[in-house]
Design a protein around this ligand. Structure first.
Ligand code: 5GP
Length: 189
């Protein structure tokens, strides 16, 4: 997606440890016209899949899931990272390793919100080593739901998550694919 790649080139910042910061337009402050274009592009890609629900994980996946859901006109479910008193205990849960924080967390989705009748589109902001996506796929598997595919805003294809998940037979569509970001220079596929 040209618009997204141009914006990443202009405003993305490369940090140590292969981390790309997009805080000025996607992850902290959000450019709404870009967000809308991202939602529309996911809709164009998965329009013929009869999606019933979009699944993501809090926090940074939520805006993109919601932007897409407005076009699909389906609910968004986001996996929660903390057990809170208002979260029903009847949950699907999975342990996920966090790329950005270096720790593990438990992602939970109330079992009432995903079922075997669902055809799910999983959406997330980044795909790096694939732990977050694998966790969300696992939650869908626990629910017996079908996964139509995964929509990723930015894939760092020099990390092996994308290859691993595609090799497992899952459709993954990434709007921007970064093949390298050595010495601060971002190169797209
Ligand atoms: P993975 O589980 O594929 O290793 O990493 C995906 C998750 O880590 C995403 O949900 C995203 O929030 C975070 N992440 C991974 N790489 C980056 C990055 O370069 N920049 C930012 N801002 N987040 C990242």
């Amino acid at each position: 997606m040209r618009l997204l790649e141009e914006r990443i080139k202009k405003d993305g910042q490369v940090y140590e440890g292969n981390v790309l910061k997009v805080n000025s337009f996607l992850n902290h402050q959000i450019d709404i016209s870009l967000l809308k274009a991202i939602g529309e592009e996911f809709y164009r890609l998965f329009d013929n899949e009869k999606i019933t629900k979009i699944l993501t994980v809090e926090t940074s996946g939520i805006p993109f899931a919601v932007a897409a859901a407005l076009f699909f006109d389906v609910p968004v479910v986001f996996a929660k990272k903390h057990q809170t008193s208002n979260l029903n205990t009847d949950c699907y849960s999975v342990n996920i390793h966090s790329f950005t924080h270096g720790n593990d967390y438990q992602a939970r989705v109330e079992s009432a919100f995903i079922s075997a009748e669902d055809n799910i589109l999983i959406i997330d902001d980044f795909l790096a080593s694939g732990h977050a996506l694998k966790g969300l796929l696992n939650i869908c598997e626990q629910a017996g739901a079908h996964v139509a595919g995964c929509g990723i805003v930015i894939e760092k294809s020099f990390q092996d998550g994308g290859r691993m998940i595609r090799d497992a037979g899952v459709r993954v569509e990434s709007l921007a694919k970064i093949k390298s970001m050595e010495n601060g220079e971002i190169i797209f596929e």
